[in-house]
Structures are given as C-alpha cells and as structure tokens.
Design a protein around this ligand. Structure first.
Ligand code: NAD
Length: 261
C-alpha cells in the first residue's frame, strides 16, 4: 500500500516498543500523523515520535496508563485538541502476569485484566465518543478502531489465564462495538497476532530461541511488528470500509498447528 492514510490522525496505545511501535510506523509510512501512547515511565515513546517525524509526519507523545479511565479520557482529548480530530485508534497496549491459576496472586490477575481488557475498553469507548462528535464524511468511514487481540483468545496458553480471558473478551468487545457503530460508519476490527518478535517476548526467550522456535511456525519464521502494522494500516484504510466486526488472525499459520520436522 502507498499513502492510503494521508493526513489521517491516529492514536496507538503501547506504541513505545514492539507491535505498537510497528503499527505506529506503518500508519505513518502510509501518511498518517500519529499520537504515540505509552506509560510515562517508558521513555521509548519519544524515540518513536522522532522516527515518525523523520518520515515527514507529525507525531506526539501522549503518556497514559490505559488501565486508568481518567487518563485515557484526557489522552483522547489531548490528541483531538492537538490535531483537531481523531480518525484511527489502535488499542494495542497489553501485558501479562504469568502464573498458574492455582498459584496466581490476585494483584497480577487484576493488573492483567485492568490493562489488557479494561484498557482496551477505555480506549475504544473514548475514541468512539470522539469520532461520533466529528461530522460524518459524505462517503466512507467516520472512524476506524483496531483492537490488538491474540491467537490466545482461542488457544489457551498455560499459566496465562487472565491474559487468555482478556484476549477472548476484547474480541467480543470488538464484535459488540462494531455492531453498535456500524450505522455510524465507524469500523471496529480485531487483529489476533500469532507469535511476534518483540521486547515483550524477549523477556521470556532469547533472540536465538525465538529464531529457532519461529522455524516451526508453518510460515517458517516468527512474526514481526511490521507484519501486524501492515494489516492495521489496511484495516484503517478506505479499502477496508466494508470490513467491520472481524477478528483476523495474523499468525503465519500458527493456529494451523506447528510444523512437524
Ligand atoms: P511489549 O511488551 O513489547 O510492548 C508493550 C508496550 O505497551 C510497552 O511499551 C509497554 O510499556 C506498553 N504498556 C504496557 N502497559 C501499558 C499501559 N497500562 N498503558 C500504556 N502502555 C502500556 O508487547 P508486544 O509484544 O509488542 O505486545 C503488544 C500487544 O500485542 C499486546 O496487547 C499483546 O498482548 C499483543 N500480542 C503480542 C504477541 C507477541 O507474540 N508479541 C502476540 C499476540 C498478541
């Protein structure tokens, strides 16, 4: 695709690194100006803003913890005031405290749900409210919302019950909201990534382990943030106006089963 998002205004949560960064850069390459959200303590967001500006687009750091409703509301207001509107919202921020259910400490379960499930809800809700305030175009969509789920919405990875629950929930949130907003021409879709090489995954695996494990994915390699970013850019484009309420796996065939060698 080339320049399908010229001068669109996008907000991407958790965009200081990993998949969120990949999405922010792909949207910018397609012509969008991007508000880059991350936690205030994650200073990578400023570097992503520099990368976007180097592409000739406008960019802004908007620090907020997506689990905090008031912070998300203020963030959407800041972005809309700065750029004049909001066309694209990508609810990407997520995390997982991994523990078996039997041993899980409630704080970790709650934090995982607050960020990975409720943070997506807050982001979608306040973004949609803003989009509804904006005049509808004569043709085409009024706004685009993309939720980053996971293949673990249907495949339960062990020791991650709260994460699996959150990912199942955000897929259903996406479908519900899509139904509510279809007549308003706001598209809501979910991307369910497979195994993607990000700093988050490198907390658990070395680069070498990821590379070796990636060979067992049917496509023959682990995914990249750009693999997800390109699909997010497509879903945010006019070409995807008639897609809403979809849950799209982007996983190199991961869910088809690991390749036997
Ligand atoms: P990552 O840990 O590399 O990056 C996540 C970013 O989100 C970080 O910059 C972090 O600071 C930020 N973040 C965390 N909590 C936040 C909060 N409360 N408010 C704002 N920002 C916050 O993770 P990633 O691998 O890039 O994952 C991004 C999204 O993709 C997550 O929703 C994750 O569940 C999903 N996902 C990842 C994979 C994978 O294999 N990496 C697969 C499927 C889905």
């Amino acid at each position: 695709m080339t320049q399908q998002l010229t001068d669109k205004i996008a907000l991407v949560t958790g965009a200081g690194q990993g998949i969120g960064r990949g999405i922010a850069l792909c949207l910018a390459r397609e012509g969008a100006h991007v508000a880059v959200n991350d936690l205030a303590q994650n200073d990578h967001a400023a570097a992503v803003v520099d990368e976007i500006r180097a592409l000739g687009r406008q960019a802004l750091v908007v620090s907020a913890d997506v689990s905090q409703r008031a912070e998300v509301e203020a963030m959407v207001e800041t972005v809309s005031a700065h750029f004049g509107r909001l066309d694209i919202a990508v609810a990407n921020a997520g995390m997982s405290v991994r523990q078996p259910v039997i041993e899980a400490e409630w704080d970790g379960v709650l934090r995982t749900l607050e960020v990975t499930q409720f943070g997506v809800y807050h982001t979608c809700q306040f973004a949609a409210r803003q989009m509804l305030k904006q005049p509808a175009p004569a043709v085409g969509a009024r706004g685009k919302i993309v939720i980053i789920g996971s293949v673990h919405e249907e495949q339960p990875v062990p020791e991650s019950a709260a994460y699996n629950m959150a990912k199942a929930a955000v897929n259903h949130l996406g479908r519900t909201l899509a139904g509510e907003l279809a007549a308003e021409h706001i598209n809501v879709n979910v991307i369910n990534p497979g195994w993607i090489n990000t700093p988050g995954e490198r907390k658990y695996f070395t680069e070498e382990q990821l590379e070796i494990a990636g060979r067992n994915v049917p496509w023959g390699r682990i995914g990249t943030p750009e693999d997800i970013g390109q699909v997010a850019a497509f879903l945010a484009s006019d070409a995807a106006d008639y897609i809403t309420g979809a849950s799209l796996r982007v996983d190199g065939g991961y869910m088809l089963g690991l390749r036997l060698r």
